[in-house]
Design a protein around this ligand. Structure first.
Ligand code: GTP
Ligand code: MG
Length: 201
């Protein structure tokens, strides 16, 4: 059993006065595109967001075959890493692929590969350039959940912080490019980025 966790609890400030998670992207809410693609690689889906987002996201995901469940931030606005912890705390599977709600080109075959790389480790995290792609990575759900909690208890909100408390595999650029293109990590933040991306569907 493999889980997918979609992290969607951000405020979309660069996007404007509406939630980018459910914003229309070439006729489909962005979070639905992520759920459909990630759903090809997993057996269960959990969406992390705030309470006030549930109605709109639930509508966007209606009739999804995996019947996504919600893991709500008790304490909102604590950053993506807190959202990852909340989402991972709600999965039934041993391993989970975490994907941000703003990565509509996420490649399910690459997610499959990340699950393979994570096996018998606590995480597989891509590093296609100088940055770790922690919001498109596979984690041992309990191990990462606990590492996030420990980081938050230290007052640390940086998204890479829990990694240094885990036994993790780095998926280097060469391995990324052997399995997918860098589009899988493309995240959309502004209206301009939405408009440019919409032309590609
Ligand atoms: N649960 C939770 N998720 C978050 C939080 N901040 C960001 N995220 C999520 O993390 C991912 C990447 O974050 P950003 O691209 O910065 O999204 P954002 O914060 O909504 O947008 P900006 O306000 O423009 O930074 C997205 O999937 C967000 O939904 C947070 O405080 N809590
Ligand atoms: Mg942000």
């Amino acid at each position: 059993m493999r889980a997918g966790v979609i992290v969607a609890g951000g405020r979309s400030t660069r996007f404007g006065d509406s939630d980018k998670a459910v914003a229309d992207l070439a006729g489909t809410p962005m979070v639905r595109r992520v759920a459909d693609r990630l759903g090809e690689a997993v057996d269960e889906l959990v969406v992390n967001c705030r309470e006030d987002q549930v109605e709109a996201i639930d509508t966007a995901l209606s009739d999804h075959t995996l019947e996504p469940t919600f893991a709500l931030d008790e304490d909102p606005d604590q950053g993506p890493m807190a959202g990852i912890a909340t989402g991972l705390g709600a999965v039934d599977s041993e391993y989970a692929a975490v994907v941000a709600c703003d990565m509509p080109f996420v490649d399910p075959t690459f997610v499959d590969y990340l699950f393979e790389r994570a096996a018998s480790h606590e995480a597989a995290v891509p590093r296609p350039d100088e940055w770790f792609q922690t919001t498109q990575a596979v984690y041992h759900a309990d191990a990462m959940h606990d590492a996030c909690q420990r980081a938050l208890e230290r007052g640390e909100h940086k998204i890479v912080e829990p990694l240094f408390d885990l036994e993790y595999v780095v998926v280097e650029r060469e391995d990324v490019l052997a399995h997918t293109s860098l589009d899988t990590f493309k995240n959309l933040n502004t209206r301009e980025e939405f408009e440019a991306a919409a032309e590609r569907f």
